[in-house]
Design a binder for this molecule. Structure first.
Ligand code: NAD
Length: 356
């Protein structure tokens, strides 16, 4: 198969980690007989420097015309003083919205060789952590009306949270489809004992579930879910939830697996095109020093293979290469503890490539 991938290297460690992910994709293309071509799409601080805006129209066009988009990270202190409408992150929000990416998928998987980095008690970690948080990305509280006003002699503020059935239905379908490819269980998280939006969420998820009789559906209140993720994460397979709850729970889920440098994420809309990136930022403190862990970005490329290109064997090959590198004791600085072998970003990329 031939695929065109838009590449946003971004700022800070972005270019370093994206280079290694591209190296791994090239190794996959060679082994499995595919052709991947890459089109550069400058975005973030580097685009502000060159074009005056965080997402030039030409970059947006490149992303919209590609089969999928691979992103490093954007932002950094150099651009912190930009007016908020022209900050690097604005480029990312504009891109998500233009691509219609309404679902964010973030796996929380603990590599057995990194169990020591898990902050949970060892008997809990020993049960394993392998679940996915499917978060609604362009609705709810973050996209409702925000107002601050004067009333009764003091300042008041309000943020509107609203959901419509179709917004819930489409993200629920992503979760059920994903559960079918995993262990067949969806936990829908809401606050239906208090919120109308949650009651609508629950009713709609139950409607969608009728099309998936082979998938088990459970409901959980968000406060309980926050506790259960640290009490017994092994109970979860796919968690689906709205924007605000998903923002918080997906960060909690990432934290319990160990390093921020290991975790990929994908954002999807209609069709197969997605935006794939590591969950971390541009790490300006280690940029340009060959210290960044490229594994989150490499695993994001694996997600692209699996979910956008329907290349399951190829994705398995990448994930297995990462597993093997970790089993061999190879570590970047962020995941080194004990007697592993310390590697830089480039060397880690090369070791993973060699195991494809
Ligand atoms: P960060 O994720 O960039 O860094 C937090 C800490 O984790 C730092 O100590 C960093 O060195 C370390 N770290 C992150 N990724 C690593 C990796 N791959 N390997 C090894 N160590 C790693 O978060 P921050 O410092 O709060 O943000 C820095 C910049 O990134 C800010 O401008 C922020 O706005 C931006 N940001 C961008 C995105 C994105 O592009 N999607 C996401 C989050 C933050």
């Amino acid at each position: 198969m031939n695929k065109t991938i838009a590449v946003i290297r971004g700022d800070g460690i972005g270019p370093e980690i994206v280079n290694e992910a591209i190296g791994v994709l090239d190794a996959v293309a060679k082994k499995f007989g595919h052709g991947f071509s890459y089109q550069e799409a400058p975005m973030g601080g580097c685009a502000i420097d060159s074009f005056g805006v965080p997402l030039p129209d030409s970059s947006l066009e490149t992303c919209l015309n590609a089969d999928s988009v691979l992103l490093g990270a954007v932002g950094g202190p150099k651009w912190d003083a930009q007016p908020s409408a022209n900050r690097p992150e604005r480029g990312l929000l504009k891109l998500r919205s233009a691509m219609g990416l309404y679902t964010n998928v973030r796996p929380a998987r603990m590599f057995s060789d990194l169990a020591a980095a898990c902050p949970l008690r060892s008997d809990i970690a020993a049960r394993g952590i392998d679940f996915v948080v499917v978060r609604e990305l362009i609705g709810g509280l973050y996209f409702g009306e925000h107002t601050t006003f004067e009333a009764d002699g003091e300042q008041k503020a309000a943020d509107v949270c609203s959901y419509s059935e179709h917004e819930v239905r489409r993200v629920a379908r992503v979760a059920f489809d994903m559960a079918r490819k995993r262990r067949g269980r969806v936990t829908s998280v809401d606050k239906a004992n208090v919120l109308d939006t949650s009651r609508l969420w629950r009713r709609t998820v139950e409607e969608v579930a009728k099309d998936y009789p082979d998938v088990e559906l459970l409901h959980m209140y968000v406060d309980n879910a926050a506790m259960q993720i640290v009490r017994d994460p092994s109970q979860f397979d796919v968690i689906v939830t709205e924007n605000l709850f998903g923002d918080i729970l997906s960060d909690e889920a990432s934290q319990i697996t160990g390093s921020i440098g290991m975790i990929p994420s994908s954002s999807m809309g209609e069709g197969t095109r997605g935006l794939y990136e590591p969950i971390h930022g541009s790490a300006p403190d280690i940029a340009g020093q060959d210290k960044a862990n490229p594994i989150g970005t490499i695993l994001a490329a694996a997600m692209m293979l699996r979910y956008s290109f329907d290349m399951a064997a190829e994705a398995d090959a990448v994930e297995s290469a990462v597993d093997q590198a970790l089993k061999a004791g190879l570590r970047c600085g962020d995941i080194l503890n004990g007697d592993g072998k310390l590697l830089g970003c480039k060397a880690m990329g090369a070791e993973i490539r060699a195991r494809i």
